[in-house]
Design a protein around this ligand. Sequence first.
Ligand code: ADP
Length: 440
Amino acid sequence: MIARTLTLLFLVLLGAAWGWSRGSLIWTLVGALLGALAWGIQDGISAVRLLRWLNNGEVTGTPRLTGVWGELLDRNRKIFKKLEKKAQSSDARLEDFLSAIQASPNGVVLLDASGAIEWCNQTAAAHLGLDPQRDLGQAIRNMVRSPTFVAYLAEGDFGHEIQIDGPGKRPSQPNKISLQIHAYGHKRKLMLTRDVTAVQLAETMRRDFVANVSHEIRTPLTVLSGFVETMQSIPLEEADRARYLGLMSQQAHRMQTLVNDLLTLSRLEGSPAPGSGEWVDGDDLLRQVVQEAQGLSHTIAEPPHAIEVQPGLSVQVSGVRSELLSALSNLASNAVRYTPGGGHIRLGWRPRAEGGVEFFVADSGPGIAAEHLPRLTERFYRVDRSRSRETGGTGLGLAIVKHVVQRHGGQVQIESVEGQGSTFILSLPPTRVREVVTGD
Ligand code: ADP
């Protein structure tokens, strides 16, 4: 401030001295005024330069100023730098924050007070069919047109979540999104979305399963209790009594088989995959399976089937013997049950081109239409319901086979043409198989 006053004084005096040298008091005053004016102009220029720099708000391109203006410029520049650093670190934190929300498996949408989309992550965009860039600023009620969502928005009661169909929904591919709005700030809203398709599917499967089991048990139970009531109310001849008891025992046996299959399935699902410690002889398994199949064929088919074993490969398979036997027998007994009497059944072990071996059962039965093939291993899925029931099927056989094979690292494959028989193939990976070298 002193320097500034001194400069002003110096210029006034200089002007006055110049006027004095012209020899009159008027000139002296004019000179002093000119000196003050020169100081004012120079000061004004500095002020304008500083103001222009401040208006541009740039830290770079700083003008050279001295004195108090220089000081002001310096202090402002320091404040600018500090603010810029702060803004940069806030930006970086916001970036981090948004990246974290992007990484969230849940969808997040921020809505402003008018319900327009301020920001949404990729997950929410996928859940709701939005474009995270293009749809910014759009009203959410125009973007998500599900009637359930529109009603939810209109009602304004966000204390519960709702479920809507996702954009990828097709009859064969359900897509369910759960969604809830949470109010925050000044009338702003946070919308969270979650893909619950798998949960819904599991819930539907559970419900279907319970309904199926109840249905399967109710039928023989109804028959059984009907016979019990008849026997309690009507005196029966010995022959009728024996026949009724036979039928009752058949129904009880059906329930027992069902419960056993259910227990087998739940045991397979609940226990860890078998290790590779125990080696089971393939020929031994095959012999037992063929024996059982022949026994079954003689009981239910007239004439019995021609069951042929494909000779050749002698293998050992690592896994659980009882499980493997149950899987192979299931395939063989299905072939016997679904192929009319006198038909052909061929089965055995054979090598796979890609390594490992496979057990196959080929029959000359009715075959299976292509649309059923992908669903055959589902629990209780049956193509021929009456044939299945007549022959004591539970609808769980192929589900058990699939579980056993998957636990042993293999796969079930079904090849069939309607009217031309079926081939069921159970393949095992090379790690679970070793060839038996027979010495003389
Ligand atoms: P089920 O106890 O009813 O036999 P599975 O799970 O073993 O149940 O088989 C499912 C369905 O697949 C059967 O109901 C039957 O319709 C069909 N199926 C299985 N094996 C054969 C086969 N060899 N030939 C024709 N249909 C078969």
